[in-house]
Design a protein around this ligand. Sequence first.
Ligand SMILES: [Zn+2]
Length: 91
Amino acid sequence: MSNDRDTCSKCGEKSIIKGDISLRTSKTNEIIMVVRQDHGVEKNVPLQSSVCCKCGFVDFYVQDPIHLKISSEDRPINPDFKQRPMLESDF
Ligand SMILES: [Zn+2]
């Protein structure tokens, strides 16, 4: 994967619109990502996006990918969640 943020990963043109483009919901002003559904764990992480002005392709980046890993301290948000056993491969 290219680290070049100016290049569209779909059409390959250096046509990514300059500057930070953020998305927000009308209520919370932040994107909420539901992740690790296997474990019922939800985590929020700020999303960054880039938009290609040639083909309209939208790419997303998260600012803190490490945050999305689950740890043994993470608990399902729903206490009734039937958790499957955590496996070594989950970390
Ligand atoms: Zn493009």
